[in-house]
Design a protein around this ligand. Sequence first.
Ligand SMILES: NC(=O)c1ccc[n+]([C@@H]2O[C@H](COP(=O)([O-])OP(=O)(O)OC[C@H]3O[C@@H](n4cnc5c(N)ncnc54)[C@H](O)[C@@H]3O)[C@@H](O)[C@H]2O)c1
Length: 499
Amino acid sequence: MLDALLAEGVAFPRDWSEEDKLLFLRRYIEEMDLIMAFIDRNYATTDMFDPSPHRRVIALEARTTFLFLSDIHFAMYLTFEQRKVVMDIIREGGNTFDIKRYLESIGIDRLSKLYSLSFAHGSIYRNLEEIQLSNKEKTNVDIERACSIAPAIRMLHSADGMATVKCFPEEDLSEIGKALVIKKFTNDNDIATEFKAYKSANSYSPEFVVVEGLGSFHISNNTKKGRLAGKVSIVTGGAQGFGKGIAESMAGDGAHIVIADLNLEGAMACAKELNEQYGDTTAVAVQVDVSDEDSVKCMVQSTILSFGGLDILVSNAGILIAGSLSDLTKKNFELVTTVNYTGYFLCTKYASEPMKIQHKYAPEYLMDIIEINSKSGLEGSNKNSAYAGSKFGGVGLTQSFAMELVEYGIKVNAICPGNLLDGPLWSDPERGLFRQYLDSGKVEGAKTIDDVRAFYEAKVPMKRGCTIADVARAILYVIEQQYETGQAIPVTGGQVMLK
Ligand SMILES: NC(=O)c1ccc[n+]([C@@H]2O[C@H](COP(=O)([O-])OP(=O)(O)OC[C@H]3O[C@@H](n4cnc5c(N)ncnc54)[C@H](O)[C@@H]3O)[C@@H](O)[C@H]2O)c1
């Protein structure tokens, strides 16, 4: 692998000695599991080790980055000086724990969520030392600026949104590609003026846009194929169940996917599977709590820093806590509401921002916000009021968001599936609803789990539960249909019909 890397001509920063380069590459290859030992899993990231032509970018990033390759790829930003200390530790025969001790001594284990975002996704900022020094305000400004510029560049490059744009620290790129250098800018309008001038002078788009004082943006043309080729999508709750199935199906149709879930390990495992199956740049994992505003904001920023834009939000994360009026506590009622209802609001609020920027530069381009609602959003659900209420509320949000966002080319629809009887919610042998309903005697006369299942299947005119494929088809319909917004579409085998 070392030979292969060298043969590919990895470009290193000029001030690295030959010894440094070799050492770096060796460690990069050898320390497959090292990262797990000392970086909190919150700092997971992917796709640092993209195939060429990104490799050049990676080498540039390496100046401020200490990279490790694991089963999934990880990266951690250090300043050049800090990186040198780590190299010295390695050179002197230090092990994982020596490195860990050093990192702890400079506060790496105490990074906030915001900083872990910067660690994720191989992005990003001009002065990483600022991040290390916890200059949160300044870091915020840079992230927000980068996130307002990348979607503009993406659409300026091609109005069908199929390219991806990746941000990384500012560097002198004049030698390595078609670079547009912007020396003075205040907002995305400046970028647009210079981008258009470059395009008309050269009759092609730049490959890199270097914004002095902020960072650089690398544009990659889409190489994906399929009905969603090149679309950038977030799937919340993507680590399991419907969300995982939706992510798999969309990746199979050529989309880039951000698997965003409270369960980072599950999201990472899912992203890894997708990258193995559909290529390295297919998926990234991001930890999110959809009911937490900062966390949702970070999720959207991570998406932009990784892929440069956003075309589809699938707001799927949801929870169900059933209970009669006498059993259901206020706390549980509020928990269901905050995840299912407020979470959908927050995700739409932040996801629509980059979409609006994309619309500014590609007014004909259509984007989608899709809520995975439920048949319980269309008719009441006995002793399940918190869930049904949150889902009915979701339909109200869908209609209202649709009205508000239509002028930005953003369609907003809800898909209302019937019961996913084969998913973990129902079929988990210990905690699934079949087991719970059997144990609580909810289904009269049922003696086995199969009896409970048969009872629920019998309620459906089509005599079966909903499948992920059914929902995936509905998602494709919503995206491809250009004349549908504000709808709540039942996918229930006829169990619930629109009035
Ligand atoms: N399973 C069904 O029968 C069914 C039927 C109709 C609709 N739905 C809806 O489909 C969606 C997915 O349901 P599922 O059955 O796949 O659920 P699931 O419990 O199998 O998976 C939900 C995922 O969401 C994640 N999650 C939970 N809370 C989160 C939070 N605050 N922030 C981020 N992620 C969070 C979980 O970690 C999990 O990975 C939900 O909105 C649900 O209401 C499910």
